[in-house]
Ligand binder design. Structure first.
Ligand SMILES: Cc1ncc(COP(=O)(O)O)c(C=O)c1O
Length: 374
């Protein structure tokens, strides 16, 4: 377990920008597997919605309601089986996470976020920005949270437990029991449970169930369309708050952002209504194939790796090659493959390198790794 009060310092320049810069300036061809930008097509209705929007009346180019277009919030509410009043449409899941974390701090019931190690590095960055501390608890070998260790780490100082499932970077998918147990730990310490479900459409295990199913006034859920609709540049996401917390979150959202993008919301709404389930099924099938061939090549390279049960990242560990920034730079120069240093996610996976399977060249990258390490 580690307490990390300085994590935010790294956010002057996020590590993945540094790695991408380095790869862009390499003297050779590099397969970019650094960040989670999908390389596949968005749903066709999303493009239709955007095209149609270009010809809308000028009044539709003005401020939308701060908390999101009513039709979009209602569509989300129906799908999630919650009251629309609890939904705030945000500038991606990133802002939704910020709003839930800020809300947890405003309760004055502790100033610590309990996180997993490895962790999506923006969480400790945001915690620090909010004047909070973060405590990272190493996950089990399966990638699931170590609930007992989290229970031990939790205290009256804990403002919230913040988890992500399906998980970046481990690929773990937490089952309902795990989420319930985390909820119990939160309840025992009068803390909130914040669950980032941005990879909710990328469950290969069949075990994913949204934390909203708990129907608890301690659970705040965030997600967005960046990944599910392959539009990280659109910046449309949302948070679902319990009634007691939603008003202050709306105020913060309004003061910080006014609102999020209106064209993006219009296009996402159209896509929600008109995209058939086959779009998501085909994306998952494509990713399954990538995972299989990438991990086959990692076998050939003699590497240990995580096989994702969800999301689209593979962590790999090569002999005598810890996941430091300098080793990642070496891989770029000497193998022509760019990944993320495991040390960016905490200590537990600092020997590993994360590869995002968001390139049609994942196969090529895999054979380069097999050649280099094999
Ligand atoms: C766990 C996690 N949460 C949030 C985000 C950001 O999502 P968005 O683009 O919806 O802000 C990412 C992006 O990679 C992520 O991996």
């Amino acid at each position: 377990m580690s307490e990390d009060e300085t994590a935010g310092d790294a956010y002057d320049e996020p590590l993945f920008f540094q790695v991408m810069e380095y790869a862009a300036h390499a003297d050779r061809d590099v397969v970019d597997m650094v960040s989670g930008n999908p390389d596949w097509e968005p749903p066709e209705p999303l493009r239709d919605g955007l095209r149609e929007y270009a010809d809308a009346e000028p009044d539709e180019f003005q401020y939308p309601p701060s908390e999101g277009l009513r039709e979009l919030r209602e569509e989300i509410a129906t799908r999630r089986n919650v009251d629309a009043s609890r939904v705030v449409v945000t500038n991606g899941t990133g802002e939704a996470n910020y709003l839930t974390m800020a809300r947890a701090m405003e309760r004055d019931e502790g100033t610590e976020f309990l996180l997993t190690d490895p962790v999506y590095p923006y969480y400790p960055g945001k915690a620090q920005m909010l004047g909070a501390t973060s405590t990272k608890v190493p996950v089990l070998e399966s990638g699931d949270p170590d609930v007992d260790a989290m229970r031990e780490a939790a205290s009256a100082e804990t403002a919230a437990i913040l988890v992500n499932t399906p998980n970046n970077p481990t690929g773990a998918v937490y089952d309902r029991d795990t989420i319930e147990e985390l909820h119990d730990v939160a309840a025992e310490n009068d803390a909130l449970l914040l669950v980032d479900e941005v990879y909710d459409h990328f469950d290969f295990s069949g075990d994913f169930e949204s934390a909203l199913a708990l129907d608890s006034d301690r659970v705040l859920v965030t997600t967005g369309y960046s990944k599910s609709m392959a539009v990280t540049g659109f910046r449309v996401g949302y948070a679902v708050f319990p009634e007691a917390y939603v008003d202050a979150a709306k105020t913060r959202h309004m003061l910080v952002n006014v609102a999020t993008t209106r064209p993006g919301q219009v296009a996402v709404l159209r896509a929600l209504k008109e995209t058939p389930p086959t779009y998501y099924e085909e994306t998952r099938a494509m990713l399954r194939e990538r995972i299989d061939s990438f991990t086959d090549a990692l076998d050939a390279a003699g590497a240990a790796y995580t096989r994702p049960r969800g999301a689209f990242y593979v962590m790999a560990r090569f002999d005598d090659f810890p996941g430091t920034l300098s080793n990642v730079e070496r891989l770029i120069d000497e193998a022509g493959v760019a990944g993320m240093p495991g040390e960016a996610f905490g200590e537990a996976y600092s020997d590993w390198v994360r590869f995002a399977l968001v390139t049609p060249r994942a196969d090529e990258a895999a054979s380069r790794l097999a050649d280099y390490f094999g």
